[in-house]
Design a protein around this ligand. Structure first.
Ligand code: ADP
Ligand code: MG
Length: 341
């Protein structure tokens, strides 16, 4: 929401606006808003929810609605849980289609669209390769033969979605969907939807670096968010004020291990099934968290040139890409929007 400078508003319109505000007794001025904040652990990460509401009880309800939605989605989508819908889809690979909820189907459909956009850089069929590396738990380096054997199982174009029957089918045994690269952004979008329904007039849902904002804070127009330096712990490269937008960062510093001076991290290049090497971090700003989160991972794989060309072609999408040498590229729509930390 852009607030026009006061001098551009005609006098008649200004009066009309003032009358409208005074007339709306049910909506106190923004200065009377209460800001509440709470943090819980979900989806394997710290989730912080901030609510701007007219009173404490409404703020509490909005925060609870956000957490409830995130917990519900985790039960549908987490492949760490054997009873989730996606785990059922994965377990039935090569055997039969599995019927899923609208939310699971929606996320898979959106993910396949982002796979198209990024020419397969973003790939939710990478599950078997992600397991083979398991960067956090085992920290092992799979050999080239093992990775090549997985290649037929990571073909996202073979995923069969039937929207009418609401089914997903993985046609080869051993295929596995993994929505780790987009699920948190999707959860942020849906949690914000629930907060609005609960009456919040503004807020933030942050699943670690996957952040979605809406509305305004009482004393400022927008929500300021810092963008992390990929190599200097605790340092920021810039700040940006978000305006009904989502932001998401994919970085090679988030989950990684080092062996013989080489960094092995959690974002894989679907071509090689090795950690993607073109970037240190990719931050995407978009209207929706689903888009921001899916694209940050896909662009990380595509690299700075192809990635920035894609961003410039998509309306409402902006990015800050830091390449392997640490060179920062900023999309045209962000010029003038970034400020000093
Ligand atoms: P996070 O916010 O959790 O760090 P990212 O958006 O950076 O997540 O995505 C990383 C996660 O996405 C990995 O942990 C893995 O589960 C999954 N992933 C890895 N490589 C890809 C890829 N090329 N396409 C889609 N998902 C991927
Ligand atoms: Mg992502």
């Amino acid at each position: 929401m852009k607030i026009p400078p006061i001098c551009t508003i005609p006098i008649t319109m200004l009066c009309f606006t003032m009358i409208l505000v005074v007339g709306c007794v049910a909506v106190p001025p923004a200065s009377q808003s209460i800001v509440s904040k709470r943090t819980q652990m979900h989806m394997g990460t710290l989730v912080t929810v901030t609510a701007v509401a007219s009173d404490k009880s409404m703020g509490d309800q909005a925060m609870q609605a956000a957490f409830d939605e995130i917990k519900r989605l985790e039960r549908l989508l987490s492949t760490w849980r054997p009873d989730s819908e996606l785990s059922h889809v994965n377990a039935a690979a090569g055997r039969q289609p599995v019927q899923v909820s609208r939310e699971t189907l929606d996320l898979v459909v959106r993910s396949l669209e982002m796979a198209q956009l990024t020419h397969g850089g973003f790939n939710i069929a990478l599950g078997p390769a992600i397991d083979a590396w398991s960067v956090i738990d085992r920290q092992r380096i799979p050999d080239e033969r093992e990775l090549q054997q997985l290649k037929p199982l990571v073909d996202w174009t073979s995923i069969q979605v039937n929207k009418e029957a609401r089914t997903i089918y993985l046609p080869h045994e051993g295929m596995r969907i993994d929505v780790g690269g987009v699920g948190k952004g999707y959860a942020a979008d849906r949690a914000v939807g629930e907060m609005k329904r609960a009456g919040a007039r503004g807020g933030v849902v942050a699943l670690s670096g996957d952040i979605k904002t809406f509305g305004v804070l009482p004393d400022r127009y927008r929500f300021p968010v810092g963008i992390r330096h990929p190599r200097e712990e605790g340092a920021l490269i810039a700040m940006i004020d978000l305006n009904d937008e989502a932001i998401s960062t994919a970085g090679d510093y988030e989950r990684f291990f080092e062996r013989d001076g080489v960094r092995y991290h959690h974002i894989l290049d679907p071509q090689t099934l090795q950690p993607a090497r073109a970037c240190q971090s990719v931050t995407v700003i978009a209207k929706e968290g689903t888009m921001a989160d899916g694209l940050d991972t896909g662009i990380f794989v595509l690299g700075p040139e192809q990635g920035m060309a894609l961003v410039e072609s998509l309306p409402g999408v902006e990015a800050i890409i830091i390449d392997q040498e640490g060179k920062i590229t900023v999309s045209s729509g962000l010029h003038g929007r970034l400020h000093e930390p």
